[in-house]
Design a protein around this ligand. Structure first.
Ligand SMILES: O=P(O)(O)OC[C@H]1O[C@H](OP(=O)(O)OP(=O)(O)O)[C@H](O)[C@@H]1O
Ligand SMILES: Nc1ncnc2[nH]cnc12
Length: 179
């Protein structure tokens, strides 16, 4: 049964996806379980109880699932940061480095007002490149980031250190060693 299980216990590892040598930490098994999903949302929010938050921002794609649930729980609005070319309105763009080459993420330029307090969420922190790009977009719009919450950190890839060096409060629920 589910008794005594932690968030980490619900996450499945797929070997050699999407490339040979990668241990893919698959949170769909966590999302699919009602107790696991609720536990993850509650734990992601826990450090921010009593803090003023105006909006939740989620990173495509699994950050949308978490961000939607968190925004609903807090009765807040949700703002997506999407991969290039998906948002219909006027956007700000930010490029970031991938393992091979570059990618671009975007936010609607009217999605955050200066001074709004933002909680940034995603499922997983690896190199931190995606979150760093998201932070830059939020800050370019004048948003003030209260915290960055993730389910998984892969400490060997240095994302947490990168975000903390940017002055972010980083909250993760579990770590996996091994890439
Ligand atoms: O810390 P980083 O090295 O930037 O990696 C973390 C990002 O990688 C994964 O998303 P992915 O880019 O696979 O996109 P997807 O969620 O749209 O599949 C994950 O959901 C994070 O968003
Ligand atoms: N090992 C991994 N598992 C799941 N998502 C990832 N994104 C980057 N590295 C990942």
């Amino acid at each position: 049964m589910n008794k005594g299980k932690t968030v980490k216990d619900y996450i499945r590892t797929i070997v050699d996806f999407p490339h040979e040598g990668i241990l893919f930490r698959d949170v769909t098994t966590l999302f699919a379980d009602p107790r696991g999903f609720r536990m993850a949302i509650d734990q992601m929010l826990h450090p921010y109880a009593g803090e003023q938050i105006d909006k939740v921002v989620g990173l495509e794609a699994r950050g949308f699932i978490l961000g939607g649930a968190i925004a609903h729980q807090l009765t807040l609005g949700f703002v997506p940061i999407r991969k290039k070319g998906k948002l219909p309105g006027a956007t700000l763009s930010q490029s970031y480095t991938l393992e091979y080459g570059e990618a671009v993420v975007e936010i609607h330029d009217d999605a955050i007002q200066p001074g709004e307090k933002i909680l940034l969420v995603d499922d997983l922190l690896a190199t931190g490149g995606t979150a760093e790009a998201g932070i830059k977009l939020i800050e370019r719009l004048g948003g003030e980031i209260v915290g960055c919450a993730f389910i998984v950190d892969l400490p060997e890839l240095g994302g947490r250190k990168l975000l903390e060096e940017m002055g972010m409060d980083v909250h993760v629920l579990c770590e996996f060693e091994g890439l």
